[in-house]
Design a protein around this ligand. Structure first.
Ligand code: ZN
Length: 65
């Protein structure tokens, strides 16, 4: 992994745009991490400015078929 620090929980609220870590205003990069059940992925957002990572509480299934 990287040296950015642990993934923290973040609620979306009205919109997901401002990084609570550094105040960056222009949104996030998106990353995926495997869920503990390995049946899907959790959506992780990454601040492009400070690199902080946040779990926004959304998951997607691995196979939609
Ligand atoms: Zn940031």
């Amino acid at each position: 992994m990287d040296d950015v620090g642990p993934i923290e929980d973040l609620s979306i609220g009205e919109q997901l745009r401002v990084c609570p870590g550094c105040g960056y205003l222009r949104g996030f990069h998106l990353s995926l991490g495997q869920t503990s059940s390995r049946k899907g992925y959790k959506i992780i957002v990454v601040c492009p400015n400070c690199g902080a990572r946040y779990d926004i509480g959304l998951k997607i299934p691995k196979d939609n078929g």
